[in-house]
Design a protein around this ligand. Structure first.
Ligand SMILES: [Zn+2]
Length: 263
């Protein structure tokens, strides 16, 4: 498995024969409005460009996975790019109709899709009124037979249901958003750093942290996050890729139990 981090949540994920472009926000810097609506600090998004080689890397994509259709996960530039290549888009049953209306070829990402074990995990993008306004978001657990299993939490806060999914599915790798996004009013709409500490502690394997330093309402920095994880003794469990950085994971060798038999 290769996790090629591009920017924010946008990732090229290689799983066996599939090269899935996840949550494409492909706009140039400043192309759309800031999200820090209150409290100052609002700036046009995205804050940073994609790595210079992005569009040549994207040529290898075989499909697209959209966890939820917010503009930082599917923007106009991403939509046009997909339409031009006529690539299939995989998403939840709930989000499929709205993406079809936007002219995409959409498949529901359910168990058995792409030759993998798939489980959709409903997550909460904030709490209370904000969660209601932001709508439901789907996390996905993907287990390709030849690859480590991966749980994309997508945009989520920490809930007992999410921790239960981690406990039950035991994903080899978790990819989680770490920007601690906040509109400047109400609570965080992504994991707070404290919640990330809990998530990493409970994770059976490595946790890749993204959704950082690309949007005006995500104040957490990569350095700050590493420092905190170090202070918690968790630095070895986390990976905080820079934009354009690729991470490779081997399928862990499962323990083979040999039972002695006298028969
Ligand atoms: Zn987001």
């Amino acid at each position: 498995m290769k996790i090629h981090h591009l920017r924010n949540a946008t990732t090229l994920l290689t799983l066996g024969e599939h090269r899935l472009l996840i949550d494409p926000m492909l706009a140039r810097p400043g192309a759309f409005t800031g999200f820090k609506f209150f409290g100052g600090g609002r700036r046009p998004n995205p804050l940073v460009p994609l790595p210079p080689d992005t569009f040549s890397w994207l040529e290898e994509a075989t499909g697209v996975l959209v966890t939820h259709p917010h503009p930082d996960h599917l923007d106009t530039a991403g939509l046009r790019w997909i339409q031009k290549r006529q690539l299939p888009v995989w998403t939840s049953r709930k989000d499929a109709p709205s993406l079809r209306k936007r002219g995409l070829t959409v498949h529901e990402l359910e168990d058995g899709a792409l030759g993998m074990r798939v489980e959709r995990i409903p997550v909460r993008h904030g709490r209370g009124l904000l969660a209601w306004l932001l709508g439901s978001v789907s996390g996905f657990y993907l287990a390709h037979p030849d690859e480590p299993s991966v749980f994309l939490t997508s945009d989520a806060v920490l809930t007992p249901e999410l921790l239960e999914a981690v406990e039950r599915l035991q994903p080899d790798v978790i990819i989680a958003p770490a920007g601690a996004a906040n509109f400047g009013v109400g609570g965080d709409i992504l994991f707070s750093v404290d919640e990330l500490v809990t998530l990493v502690r409970r994770a059976p394997g490595r946790v890749v942290l993204n959704h950082l330093e690309a949007l005006d309402h995500c104040p957490t920095t990569r350095d700050g996050l590493r420092e905190r994880m170090k202070a918690e003794g968790l630095l070895e469990k986390v990976l905080v890729p820079g934009d354009g950085e690729a991470l490779f994971f081997e399928r862990p060798q499962r323990e083979v139990r040999v039972r002695a038999s006298t028969a």
